[in-house]
Design a protein. Structure first.
Length: 169
């Protein structure tokens, strides 16, 4: 009796849990258009699309994989709104990815998100970022509505300094 129960349970599990190799991976076709004008009308040279860990299966030709991370893609930014299609693994909705302006296309860097003291996003704030290894390497801009500033990258590992408010010259 015990053996029949175990066999029945195994059969039910096999029906309910098909083999992983037979299951299809869910994908989402993501259409990105009309980039936020305030955040991206900056002097950024590149635009980074970060799908936050979701692997990109198909991308537009003008984009390349960023730092060997298959969920982050980068392209030369012209300063004009753009539209692109991406095929991404998993269920992706608006807000599940970030569009980040990038100062240089170098390997090392930091992405800044400005928050108020109470932890809320600080939108439409002027900022300045300085490369401490090369003080002439400066980027200024205004945060977007999500408080996102820029991914500031450097040629070699360097500290950078973020200035806001009265600290900006």
């Amino acid at each position: 009796m015990k053996r029949n129960t175990l066999n029945s349970m195994a059969a039910i599990c096999a029906l309910l849990l098909p083999g992983v190799s037979q299951a299809e991976t869910k994908t989402t076709k993501v259409y990105i258009s009309k980039v936020d004008d305030v955040q991206y009308s900056s002097s950024a040279d590149y635009i980074l699309v970060d799908f936050k860990g979701r692997k990109v299966l198909e991308k537009p030709d003008e984009f390349s994989v960023y730092n060997d991370n298959k969920s982050m893609l980068i392209a030369k930014y012209t300063g004009y709104p753009f539209s692109s299609h991406f095929l991404v693994e998993g269920n992706v909705r608006y807000g599940d990815y970030d569009l980040i302006p990038v100062h240089h296309n170098y390997r090392y860097g930091e992405t800044f998100r400005l928050l108020r003291k109470n932890g809320e996003l600080n939108s439409l704030t002027k900022y300045k970022i300085v490369n401490l290894c090369d003080p002439d390497d400066i980027y200024t801009g205004v945060t977007g509505i999500k408080g996102l500033t820029v991914r500031f990258t450097t040629e070699k590992p360097c500290d950078v300094r973020l200035l806001t408010g009265d600290d900006i010259d």
